[in-house]
Write a protein that binds this ligand. Sequence first.
Ligand SMILES: [Zn+2]
Length: 246
Amino acid sequence: MDDIAVDAFDDSDLEASFHSALSLLGISGYSVSASFKPFSSVRHKASVNRLRMRIDAEVSDAFRLATREALMGLALDLCARLFRKKVDSEYVRAFREFSKKGSLFRLSDSMRQVRARKRRDNAGGVAHDLTEVGRAVMEKYRGVLMLQKMPAVYWNDKGGKRTLAFYDRAFDAVLVSRIFDSERVPCFILEYLCFHEFLHSKYKPLYERGKSMRVIVHSTAFRNDERKFEQYDETEEWLKRNVRRL
Ligand SMILES: [Zn+2]
């Protein structure tokens, strides 16, 4: 595979983006304090103190998983507003594109849901208890997953048939579509969904080398591990046949 593994962006990456943005705008001498915040929706704020020549910024942590271009565009957009400058750049377009993407809104949506869930535990279902399923998977596949801690697992009432399950890295939580909370769903299907999403906790997204900066979430290593699921073929077959009937 021609991939490089990178961590999600941290505050120092964010500050570096602000410094680059300022220099692109021809502004110098400012210090920057920027950090990611778990905003409940995707929004950002920035302020400037001209006397102290200091910029403070807070950015939604959904952007930890953005591309470098999008992060740069975000910093450029915020700085341009602060200094009332017009910018038209590839970076800002990448930022707008990333902000538009369904994935981002799903992510921020899931953040809101997970927060709501902290008040009201939503792991136990009518037919299946996801915490129990998760524990069984952690036990059975300990050697494959190699996770220190089990991600939280919740039912997702808004999942429907399009998003069967997903992993929310910001909260280390898995959300499984409520359509699977049925007696007609065999336990191994839930185990598979947990196993797949737990693998996302193990494998950080990969950025493709070169210009495209495409994010790869299912790498070859990921797929190889996934095949270690005991009922792998059976699961694929079952999902193909039954999901539309749930
Ligand atoms: Zn996946």
